[in-house]
Write a protein that binds this ligand. Structure first.
Ligand code: NAD
Length: 332
């Protein structure tokens, strides 16, 4: 039986889950095509079994049919970049909660989950430092001609513009400031100016203003209907001479044709991205050392991020079943 913590009624509209969690041995499945580190799985097990629930694992699965079978009787699901489609949700008759161990959750069909009353959460912030360190490394890599010959340049004294000042953006800003960069940020959803002021960051009020001053533009917007394909020709063309665009967000936010056109017309511009775009081969051929795309998404690929996100996912599931906590729900 799970530890019973006093239930805060205001926290949840549907009390049924809470009462069920007290009488039923909840089954929690970790379904990962690309598994967590062993240390993360051990930690997840400790949290889940410590709460009196059962853990099962489906790792390195190669076929969707394996996932459909594994979810049939589970109450909770922990995933990484695994796709939870409407078909998976249909096959999971008891499913109450899905937690994406990571920040982006565009791999989960939110509408299908909501239609069944299934809570979907992410684990924001757990891999932010890993992504922020990669962004800084990418700036140095491009400033030093991809570690080949030729005179490079330094980050110190340059303007670092942060597009979206969320968990990753803030850490990139702080790390850039520590390197002596002048940090500027744009995030229309942060209404409280003290968030920027607390980090000594200059806030700008338009995306145009941001790109126009960016020696380095670090991109941290989520992929939404509004942002997909939104970073392209006009914004790149407005950047100062020798500017670099760094994308550790999502490849979908880039207008690849537009970026190619800008890099063709402006031989001083550079672009580096965590996960190669569809036009990778053409970019390599045309832009040489001015372009780099990682072959696989690397941002969150550290042992620390992997463990943090896995443990957070397990804790959030237990907290949901025991206390009804929906703080990190993304399909409200
Ligand atoms: P977050 O939710 O903490 O922050 C996102 C920020 O974007 C918020 O502050 C929000 O106000 C802002 N925002 C939303 N729409 C915007 C818009 N149209 N214009 C400007 N700002 C907008 O997310 P995060 O954890 O900082 O992640 C940022 C990005 O990094 C996401 O795209 C995420 O998918 C990606 N990410 C990539 C990796 C990787 O492996 N490369 C790992 C983690 C996250």
């Amino acid at each position: 039986m799970p530890t019973i913590v006093p239930f805060t009624r205001e926290k949840r509209e549907d009390k049924a889950i809470y009462y069920t969690s007290l009488i039923k041995d909840m089954k929690i499945l970790v379904a990962t095509e690309k598994p967590f580190a062993k240390k993360a799985v051990d930690g997840i097990r400790e949290i889940v079994e410590g709460a009196g629930y059962t853990l099962s694992l489906l790792e390195k699965y190669t076929d969707k049919a394996q996932l459909l079978e594994a979810v049939a009787d589970v109450d909770a699901l922990i995933i990484r970049s695994d796709k939870v489609t409407a078909e998976v949700i249909d096959a999971a008759h008891n499913l109450k909660i899905v937690v994406r161990a990571g920040a982006g959750y565009d791999n989960v069909d939110l509408a299908a989950a909501s239609a069944r009353g299934i809570v979907v959460m992410n684990t924001p912030g757990q891999n932010s430092n890993a992504v922020a360190e990669l962004a800084l490394g990418m700036m140095v890599y491009m400033a030093r001609n991809q570690f080949t010959s030729g005179t490079g340049s330094e980050l110190s004294g340059k303007t670092l513009a942060i597009h979206a000042y969320g968990n990753v953006g803030k850490l990139v800003g702080r790390k850039g400031a520590a390197c002596g960069m002048n940090v500027v940020a744009y995030d229309p959803f942060i209404k409280d100016d003290s968030v920027f002021a607390a980090d000594g960051v200059k806030k700008v009020d338009s995306v145009e203003e941001l790109y126009a001053c960016a020696d380095y533009l670090s991109l941290h917007i989520p992929a939404t209907e509004q942002t997909k394909g939104s970073i392209g020709y006009d914004l790149l063309m407005s950047m100062p001479k020798g500017a670099t665009l760094i994308n550790t967000a999502r490849k979908e936010v880039i207008d690849e044709e537009g970026v190619a056109k800008a890099l063709t017309e402006r031989e001083d511009l550079k672009y580096i991205t965590d996960i190669a775009p569809a036009m990778h081969d053409l970019y390599c051929e045309k832009f040489g050392k001015r372009y780099f795309g990682t072959p696989k998404k690397m941002g969150a690929e550290t042992a620390e991020a992997n463990i943090n996100a896995g443990l957070a996912a397990a804790r959030q599931i237990v907290d949901y079943f025991v206390n009804g906590n929906v703080k990190f729900q993304v399909n409200k």
